[in-house]
Design a protein around this ligand. Structure first.
Ligand SMILES: Nc1ncnc2c1ncn2[C@@H]1O[C@H](COP(=O)(O)OP(=O)(O)OP(=O)(O)O)[C@@H](O)[C@H]1O
Ligand SMILES: [Mg+2]
Length: 742
């Protein structure tokens, strides 16, 4: 079937064929035959790289152009959301019947907002969490949505992301019964259950456009699924390095999956040493440029220096410890064929299109504290393997597991390469997770009676697989808790959310976090310091994994705790009677101190060195801290406590920018962050008024400011500037622009 044969608007056909897609792939054809373009629900379960997104795009355009409705595209990860955003952007060239161009929006952050500005978009790409929070805020534009696309729906199986996805879909089905749902999935064993849940047709295929050869490398030979074998030239002692070299020598690129961040970095270093000699001179020059970009974006830290050093040598690593800008540079450079080997943790396993001719799965075991080592699932293996051989980039792909012995090779062939992916199971029935969803169900008016709540949870994937009766006990326990903590009120059969309950649900925090905030501030109001609040938010379950103290830090940390004992709003557990809670407490204090160092203007490098965190973790902690401080600010008045409000609002701002209080006025200026703000302040310009009266030349001469920024500052603050100075700035600005455009 050709694109031109489809029942879709001409402009869409034109755009797609222009992008090089002429003929539908067989799974796409099957999908079309189910009537998905006419509004039928569908679960499309098809191997990696089989073009599932195109079906989503076609459906989306039908809804937008023919019905003038909106589309939500749900992804499990921010990185995938931005890739899909880039893909959908090409359709903004198309004009709708109302004369306006199609608009595409992305929203993945700030959970306490209905994002009314999203209203103007036709396609809204979001993460599952953001969609859940938008529904809690009852965002008005959701009523105009007539199609929901759930990408990577097999992640229902993921303990963290799965429950949010199923609750979000259940809510959407409840609020808009006419909604069309298109779920995209990897091939899994129980597609029928998902299809039954979503009242959808199903298409399951094993077809892949680009052949993917799966094999196991042992010593110098790869044994493939089809019985074939291939010898790899033995240039070094390490089999994986030899495979990397062989792919690069044949003009390909390699993606290596490691099980931990540490091993991703170590592997990148190992490969860099070996492939350096293979790079041509022009390739090196262009890599040097990318390395400079790594150093120029974000603050310089040891991790960015290591990364830049590796990029110069045609290698890089990619994991959640890297800042998002660095991740993007690395992805882009790999896409452009400059970086030859990319090592990654499973963060890159889902959905992304990368030019990896060979994927190496270095380690099929994963370590989890408390559990020890366990083998990854077949589903995860297939997702990682599926990053190889993507149609845009390669004619064939190869995915290779590494074995040390013949026995291990047999085990890997059997357990992964010949194995079928597992069934997926709902992960909803966990108290910590259900707590927040039960409250939201009441607070956002999805149900008002106990029966109504069961009915709602009866629409989840959990109920499809088990029976809602199985979680009735859990739900009723949660209702008791919420009622005891005054987040809901039970009046006869009727259950309503209190103001507190509503706000907690909208703020997208665990009800337990709000109880921590309430109890902390209720009892100890007299001596609230920055440390008090930073520790309090670190004590909530929403702070996420707290930092674990290293043995050598324990002495200093304990001394610090003693010294600041008065400031903690939560009782310090007894070291001997409850050593687990005590250790947890130490971790919270360490987390609080890390955040404090950030707002006291320690450089990223200093924070990273002193507390042993990585930039990506630091950014995550800062994000969470900002969100929890905002939540504290919003909730305390409901607890009858307004005293801390000035402090919480100031801390939220300081957390966002990483500055001391005195810098707050200056960093409101556009283009001024913590580093430049400090330079201006230390030069004696401490307020906006000072900056207004500063001679332009004085600003221009400050380090890191320069002509262009000085001009922008002056434009913002106003004040008197001599005509000659201004003209000179204008000339320089113009010259700069001309140069960059050239
Ligand atoms: N009919 C087609 N002809 C040529 N190329 C196509 C066609 N359909 C899709 N593609 C291309 O195939 C590539 C892979 O598509 P896509 O990302 O949708 O795969 P997927 O099925 O979602 O895989 P994954 O499970 O890994 O997410 C994209 O680069 C896309 O542009
Ligand atoms: Mg996909």
């Amino acid at each position: 079937m050709k694109i031109t044969d489809l029942q879709i608007p001409e402009a869409v056909k034109e755009l797609i064929t222009k992008s090089g897609i002429i003929e539908l792939y067989p799974p796409q054809e099957e999908a079309i035959k189910t009537g998905v373009l006419d509004g039928k629900n569908l679960v499309l379960a098809s191997p990696t790289a089989s073009g599932k997104t195109l079906i989503a795009e076609l459906c989306a355009l039908k809804h937008i152009l023919e019905r003038n409705h909106k589309v939500i595209y749900l992804t499990p990860l921010r990185a995938l959301a931005s890739e899909k955003f880039d893909e959908f952007k090409k359709y903004t060239a198309i004009t709708k019947t109302d004369g306006r161009r199609i608009r595409v929006g992305i929203s993945t952050g700030d959970f306490d907002s209905a994002d009314p500005w999203l209203e103007r978009n036709d396609v809204i790409i979001t993460t599952n969490e953001k969609a859940d929070s938008l529904l809690r805020h009852r965002a008005k534009w959701v009523d105009d949505v007539s199609l929901v696309i759930a990408d990577e729906i097999h992640l229902l199986n993921d303990a963290e992301r799965g429950p949010t996805l199923e609750v979000t879909l259940a809510r959407l089905m409840q609020t808009s019964p006419d909604l069309q749902i298109l779920a995209l999935s990897a091939t899994i064993n129980n597609v029928d259950e998902i299809a039954a849940w979503l009242k959808a047709e199903q298409v399951t295929t094993e077809w892949r456009p680009v052949p993917l050869r799966e094999g196991v490398l042992q010593h110098d030979e790869i044994q493939y699924k089809d019985g074939d074998a291939r010898r790899i030239e033995k240039k070094t002692k390490d089999p994986a390095t030899n495979l990397v070299l062989s792919t690069i020598n044949s003009g390909g690129q390699v993606l290596v999956f490691a099980s931990t961040r540490k091993s991703a970095v170590a592997l990148a270093k190992k490969f860099a040493g070996e492939i350096e000699g293979v790079l041509s001179k022009p390739a090196r020059r262009s890599l040097e440029h990318d390395a400079e970009q790594v150093l120029a974006s974000d603050e310089k830290t040891r991790i960015s220096e290591t990364l830049a050093e590796l990029v110069k040598r045609g290698t890089a690593f990619h994991h959640a410890g890297l800042g998002s800008r660095h991740r993007r540079i690395v992805e882009e450079s790999f896409r452009q064929g400059k970086i030859k080997v990319l090592t990654a943790t499973p963060t890159l396993a889902f959905g992304v299109n990368l030019p990896a001719k060979t994927v190496v799965i270095q380690d099929y075991r994963r370590y989890e504290a408390g559990y020890g080592y366990y083998p990854i699932s077949v589903l995860e293996y297939k997702q990682m393997a599926g990053r190889a051989g993507r149609p845009k980039y390669d004619k064939c792909g190869e995915a290779v597991l590494i074995a040390k012995t013949a026995d291990e090779a047999d085990y890997l062939l059997e357990s992964y390469i010949f194995a079928r992916p597992e069934r997926i199971w709902s992960r909803l029935a966990v108290e910590r997770i259900m707590r927040s969803h039960v409250l939201a169900t009441i607070a956002a008016d999805f149900a008002h009676t106990e029966t109504g709540i069961y009915e709602f949870f009866g629409k989840t994937f959990y109920a499809q697989q088990y029976d809602v009766d199985a979680i009735k006990g859990l739900i009723s326990k949660i209702l008791n808790y919420l009622s005891y903590e005054e987040m809901i009120e039970v009046l006869g059969d009727n259950i309503v959310a209190t103001r507190l309950g509503k706000r907690v649900s909208e703020l997208y925090i665990d009800p337990v976090s709000s109880v921590v905030i309430r109890d902390s501030l209720r009892n100890n109001i007299s001596h609230v310091t920055d440390l008090s609040l930073l520790h309090m938010i670190s004590h909530t379950p929403d702070m996420g994994p707290i930092l674990r103290p290293y043995t050598q830090e324990l002495g200093e940390l304990t001394a610090f705790m003693e010294e600041h004992k008065q400031e903690f709003l939560v009782d310090v557990p007894d070291e001997f009677q409850d050593s687990v809670s005590y250790e947890q407490f130490l971790g919270e204090v360490k987390t609080a101190r890390t955040l404090q160092a950030w707002i006291e203007e320690a450089s990223e490098e200093q924070v990273i060195d002193k507390f042993g965190v990585q930039p990506g973790d630091l950014y995550r902690m800062i994000e969470n801290a900002k969100w929890l401080l905002h939540a504290t600010h919003e909730l305390t008045p409901l607890f009858g406590n307004r005293q801390v409000l000035p402090q919480t609002s100031e801390l939220t701002e300081r957390m966002e920018k990483g500055v001391k209080k005195e810098l707050l006025p200056l960093i409101k200026l556009e283009g001024i962050g913590r580093t430049r703000g400090r330079i201006i302040y230390n030069a004696g310009y401490k307020t906006i008024e000072d900056v207004k009266h500063a001679p332009v030349e004085a600003l221009t001469n400050l380090p890191l400011i320069g002509q262009k920024l000085a001009k922008r500052i002056k434009e913002q603050v106003g004040g008197f500037v001599k005509k000659d100075s201004w003209e000179k700035l204008d000339r320089e600005d113009w010259k700069q622009k001309a140069l960059t455009e050239y």
